[in-house]
Design a protein around this ligand. Structure first.
Ligand code: ADP
Ligand code: MG
Length: 452
């Protein structure tokens, strides 16, 4: 029988896919320092990776691996006086339901000389409390290490940061079934439909679904769950609508994981007002961009675009750095984060999104000022087409620019011709454009502009 070690690491409920490089790097970084923080956008897989990294180094911690789920701990300003904070959550995980309130120093004293790993999962909403707590733990318990997850680094001395990108994608024209994003989709689709298989036709579409969802594991899982009732071509066609619908995800998931809006709305709540404005202003840019292109795109008064302000959004996991080491200083925003501002159906901060998430009852009251965030006016890219085109409409616009007719576009995208007709009508209406030639001209101008 396997030796039982102390700890409370939860067992995995679903299969784990890919991440070989990140697992190895995480283990190395944790053993090379005492504090590792895994950061990344909502639903990218920080918690799953952290638990796997912890499991991989289990032998080095004979006194236990302790998992502390902090998402249910309300920030200090939203807690009733004396309500349990993160230190109490750590104490509870360690089985110390004492009669007196715990603090970091008391916990460190209790841990003493133990060789233990604390996995502090979901720290982003507790920035003022987690830092001092972790510092006290590391200072007072010299053989304890901490593995934290959150959308931002903790900002402590000696902290190592592992930034987690979405899963790799594969080219739908020549798809690789072993690609982790496709493999994750297939695993979750089989779970709801045992007959699901990646035939060569489905493989192309699944690769396309994963691409539309930026390779974000949470979004891929939510989409795969829909294969219970939809074919893959139907799924592709309705992807835009479905990712915006509240309550789209599994009801067993944590409230912020039930749908993408809730997950992203949480990121929104955690940003400063100037960061929200910059996020909104940058959402018009599709694909990679540098500081100069961002400056040109952001024409709104009072919005400061500097390397530092962009890096701050990277630290909040609103922007990702380009994955290409040959192109330093380049950024990109995940499609779902762009749509948060650009797509009226996605729900707007201060209205449906926050109301929905908070209505789901995670914390009791609205953060101060949250309801006062005004709905943004539509932002324009280039002239005269508004940037509120959905990803699918953009795709159709690109194919129009390539000179394809509507029936040809229908074949290329594996959707009905009447759907293409509807997309084209929308593109013309949203952009105030009169013809396909104007759509093509706009698309060419926009591409040059985004590449700059
Ligand atoms: N490598 C992976 N393999 C399988 N499932 C994954 C993987 N990464 C993430 N997931 C799934 O995606 C969802 C979001 O992952 P999670 O770790 O909770 O994200 P985060 O902590 O970044 O918000 C979860 O349901 C999780 O099980
Ligand atoms: Mg998490």
């Amino acid at each position: 029988m396997a030796e039982r070690r102390p700890g409370n690491l939860p067992a995995e409920m679903t299969s784990f896919v890919g991440r070989t490089g990140e697992l190895a790097a995480g283990g190395r970084m944790l053993m090379g320092g005492r504090l590792l923080t895994v950061t990344g956008p909502a639903g990218v897989g920080k918690s799953r990776l952290a638990l796997r990294v912890a499991d991989g180094v289990r032998r080095r911690f004979p006194d236990g691996l302790w998992h502390v789920e902090l998402s249910q701990v309300a920030p200090a300003h939203l807690r009733p006086a004396g309500g349990p904070g993160p230190a109490a959550a750590v104490a509870a995980a360690l089985g110390r339901h004492g009669e007196h309130a715990e603090d970091g120093d008391g916990l460190a004293e209790a841990l003493g000389d133990r060789r233990a790993l604390l996995v502090l999962d979901t720290c982003e909403h507790l920035p003022t409390e987690i830092g001092p707590l972790v510092e006290a733990l590391l200072r007072g318990a010299p053989r304890v290490r901490v593995l934290a997850t959150g959308r931002s680094p903790l900002g402590l001395p000696g902290e190592r940061v592992l930034r987690l990108d979405p899963l790799p994608l594969t080219d739908p024209a020549d798809p690789d079934p072993a690609c982790p994003s496709v493999a994750l989709f297939a695993e979750r689709a089989v779970a709801v439909d045992p007959d699901f298989s990646l035939t060569s036709c489905a493989l192309t579409d699944v690769a396309q679904v994963c691409r539309c969802l930026d390779g974000l594991p949470l979004a891929i899982e939510l989409a795969a769950a829909r294969t219970r009732s939809l074919s893959i071509p139907e799924l592709l066609e309705r992807l835009d609508d479905m990712t915006t619908m509240p309550g789209w995800g599994a009801h067993t998931a944590a409230p912020r994981h039930r749908d993408l809006r809730a997950a992203i709305a949480w990121s929104h709540e955690l940003c400063r007002p100037d960061q929200r404005t910059l996020w909104e202003a940058l959402a018009v840019i599709e694909g990679e961009f540098g500081v100069e292109a961002a400056r040109r795109a952001v024409t709104r008064e009072g919005v400061l675009v500097t390397r530092q302000s962009l890096d701050e959004l990277v630290d909040r996991s609103i922007l990702l750095r380009s994955g290409d080491p040959g192109r330093p200083g380049r950024y990109r925003m995940l499609e779902t984060y762009r749509r948060f501002w650009l797509d009226p159906n996605f729900g707007r901060p201060g209205r449906a999104v926050l109301g929905h998430r908070l209505g789901a009852g995670r914390w009791s009251r609205l953060p101060q000022g949250a309801a006062a965030v005004p709905a943004p006016a539509p932002v324009r890219i280039g002239r005269p087409v508004t940037s509120t085109l959905t990803p699918r409409e953009l795709e159709v616009a690109e194919l129009i620019a390539e000179g394809l007719s509507n029936p040809q576009i229908a074949v290329r995208l594996l959707i009905a011709k009447r759907t293409v007709d509807a997309h084209v009508r929308n593109i013309l209406a949203k952009g105030g454009l009169a013809s396909r030639t104007q759509v093509a001209a706009w698309f060419a101008e926009r591409t040059q502009w985004a590449d700059a």
